[in-house]
Design a binder for this molecule. Structure first.
Ligand SMILES: Cc1cc2nc3c(=O)[nH]c(=O)nc-3n(C[C@H](O)[C@H](O)[C@H](O)COP(=O)(O)OP(=O)(O)OC[C@H]3O[C@@H](n4cnc5c(N)ncnc54)[C@H](O)[C@@H]3O)c2cc1C
Length: 465
C-alpha cells in the first residue's frame, strides 16, 4: 500500500454494511458512540440481504423472508419500517419429477402425487428408520434418514441439498440440518398439515413471514439512514484488503477504493463481517502456516441470481419454488410480485429470479451473462412457467461466498480460527461469513448487537458470539 495514502481515525471501524455490521452500529449509536465508520465493498448497503434496483424493478439476492423468534430483533424490524413491514401469507412448493409438491410437506399431498407404490415405499422407509435408529448422526444424510427414512430423504432432500452445497449429502455435516431444519421431523409435518404452524416455532414450517414493501434491502437502507443522521460515516465501494496488527492489537485496515485510491483507517475497535478465512488471509497471523491451512480448509458456496422481468401480470402463485429435479441446474425460483406488488413498478410485469449455486473457480460462474440468461429462460420454459419470448429484460448478479459450507469435520478448523480471533483484543468477527455460520438475518443482526454490547461492557456481557 502506498505510504503517502490518506489515513483517517475513528473510535469504531465496522467492516460490512450487512445486517451484522449495521446491527453493531445500531447498538453503538444507541449508547452514544457515534465516531464510527462503516465500510463496504458493495455500492449499496444490506449485504446479502440487499435489494438491487435494476431498471426500476426490485430484486433481492435470492428470496429473503423476515422471520424470527427473537423479540428484540422483531421489534427493531417493526420499529424501523412501521407500516412498510407487512405480513405475507406463505405459499412455496417443490418441483420434482415434473410435479409440484406442497412445501411444507403434507402427507395427503405426497400420497396423491407420489402414487400408492412410492408412498408405501416412503412409509416403509420411515418405519425402518425408526426401528433401526443409528445413534451417531455425523452427516446430513444420517440426520435426515433417521428422521424421515431413506425414500423421503431421496425424494425431498438429497438432490436439492447437493445442488445447494455442491458436495454429496454424506459429506455435509449434520450440524447444517440442525441449523436449517431444527425441530423438523415426520411427526411435526403431520401436525403441521393438520393444524397449521403458527405457534410451533419451526422456521421452515412458518405459514407467514414479514417483508418490507420495497424489498429486503429497504430495511437496511432505513437502518443506515438512521445511523447517518446520528453521525456515523459510510464508505461504500471500498474494499478492505489488509488488516495491520501489532502483536494482538489490530491497528488499522488498508482500503482499496473503486477509483483505485487507497486509504487507511485506524480505530480503537474493529468489527468485521469479512469471511473468517479471508480475515486471516489479509492479516499476517503468528503461526501463519497452521492458521492459513485452517483458513484454506473453510469453504464457501457462491451464488448466481438471474433476474428476469417477464411481460405477464401473474406467472405463478408461490413466493418461491424449490427445484429438486436433479437433471435441472436451477435450484430455486422466486416471484417477487408475490412478496410485494411494489417490487415490480409496472403492474403488468413480473419480477422473477432464478438461482444457481456454484463454485467460482468452476463451471457456470465464469460463463457470460447471456449464457446464464438463456439457461434460466430454458429451464423456466421447461417447467412450463413462462415462454422465453415473454422475457423483456434480464440481469445476472454474482455473489461470492454466499453460503459457508458445513462439510464433515469443518468445526475443527472453525474452532481453531475462532479461538485465534478471540486473542485479538480489539477485534470482533461477526455475522454469517465472519463466524462461518449458516445464519439468517436475525442471527446476523444479533451477532453485531452482541459484539457491541461486549465492547460497551453492557450489562450481561460478555456475550458469546
Ligand atoms: C440466496 C440467499 C437467500 C437467503 N434467504 C434468507 C431469508 O429468507 N431470510 C433470512 O433471514 N436470511 C436469508 N439469507 C441469509 C441472509 O442474507 C444473511 O444471514 C445475512 O445477510 C447475513 O448478514 P451479514 O451482515 O452477516 O453478512 P452479509 O449480508 O454477507 O454482509 C457482509 C458485508 O460485508 C461486506 N464485505 C465482505 N468483505 C469485505 C471486504 N473485504 N471489504 C469491505 N466489505 C466487505 C460485503 O460486501 C457485505 O455487504 C439468505 C442468504 C442467501 C445468500
Amino acid at each position: 500500500m502506498n505510504p503517502s495514502r490518506n489515513s483517517k481515525s475513528y473510535e469504531c471501524c465496522i467492516i460490512g454494511a450487512g445486517p451484522a455490521g449495521l446491527g453493531a452500529a445500531l447498538e453503538l449509536v444507541k449508547h452514544g458512540v457515534t465516531d464510527i465508520v462503516i465500510i463496504d465493498k458493495n455500492k449499496t448497503v444490506g449485504g446479502l440481504a440487499r435489494t438491487d434496483i435494476l431498471d426500476s424493478v426490485r430484486f433481492d439476492i435470492g428470496p429473503h423472508r423476515f422471520f424470527t423468534r427473537n423479540k428484540e430483533v422483531n421489534k427493531i424490524w417493526h420499529d424501523t419500517l412501521g407500516e412498510d413491514f407487512r405480513s405475507v401469507s406463505r405459499l412455496t412448493r417443490i418441483f420434482y419429477k415434473k410435479r409440484y409438491f406442497n412445501y411444507p410437506l403434507k402427507p395427503s399431498d405426497i400420497i396423491i402425487k407420489l402414487g400408492l407404490l412410492e408412498s408405501l415405499d416412503a412409509i416403509f422407509g420411515f418405519i425402518v428408520a425408526q426401528i433401526s435408529r443409528k445413534n451417531e448422526t455425523i452427516t446430513f444424510e444420517d440426520w435426515i434418514i433417521r428422521k424421515f427414512g431413506r425414500k423421503l430423504y431421496e425424494t425431498f432432500f438429497k438432490a436439492y441439498t447437493e445442488k445447494v452445497w455442491g458436495i454429496p449429502c454424506n459429506q455435509i455435516s449434520a450440524e447444517w440440518a440442525v441449523r436449517r431444519i431444527k425441530g423438523l421431523d415426520a411427526l411435526e409435518i403431520i401436525k403441521n398439515s393438520l393444524w397449521g404452524s403458527r405457534n410451533n416455532g419451526i422456521k421452515t414450517l412458518a405459514s407467514e413471514f414479514d417483508y418490507p414493501v420495497l424489498g429486503a434491502g429497504q430495511m437496511y437502507n432505513a437502518i443506515c439512514d438512521r445511523l447517518l443522521r446520528s453521525g456515523a460515516q459510510l464508505m461504500l465501494d471500498s474494499r478492505v484488503v489488509r488488516f495491520n496488527r501489532k502483536d494482538n492489537i489490530i491497528q488499522s485496515v488498508d482500503i482499496l477504493q473503486s477509483d483505485g485510491g487507497e486509504i487507511g483507517i485506524t480505530a480503537k475497535q474493529f468489527f468485521s463481517s469479512v469471511p473468517l478465512a479471508h480475515f486471516f488471509q489479509m492479516l499476517e497471523p503468528e503461526d501463519a502456516s497452521r492458521i492459513n491451512a485452517a483458513a484454506g480448509a473453510l469453504k464457501y458456496r457462491d451464488h448466481i441470481t438471474v433476474e428476469l422481468q417477464v411481460a405477464r401480470e401473474a406467472v405463478f402463485p408461490d413466493q418461491w419454488i424449490y427445484i429438486h429435479s436433479p437433471d435441472m441446474q436451477i435450484t430455486r425460483i422466486a416471484n417477487y410480485n408475490n412478496f410485494s406488488r411494489a417490487m415490480s413498478q409496472d403492474n403488468r410485469k413480473t419480477a422473477l429470479s432464478a438461482e444457481y449455486f456454484v463454485f467460482k473457480d468452476l463451471g457456470l460462474w465464469s460463463e457470460p451473462d447471456k449464457f446464464l440468461i438463456d439457461l434460466a429462460a430454458g429451464e423456466l420454459e421447461e417447467m412450463g412457467l413462462i415462454k422465453k419470448c415473454e422475457i423483456e429484460k434480464a440481469w445476472v448478479v454474482r455473489e461470492p461466498e454466499a453460503y459457508p459450507i458445513y462439510q464433515v469435520g469443518f468445526q475443527e478448523q472453525r474452532s481453531l480460527l475462532k479461538s485465534r480471533v478471540e486473542e485479538y483484543l480489539n477485534f470482533y468477527s461477526i455475522g454469517r461469513a465472519g463466524m462461518h455460520k449458516y445464519d439468517n438475518q436475525d442471527h446476523a443482526l444479533m451477532s453485531g448487537i452482541s459484539a457491541s454490547r461486549n465492547y460497551l461492557k453492557s450489562e450481561g456481557s460478555p456475550y458469546a458470539l
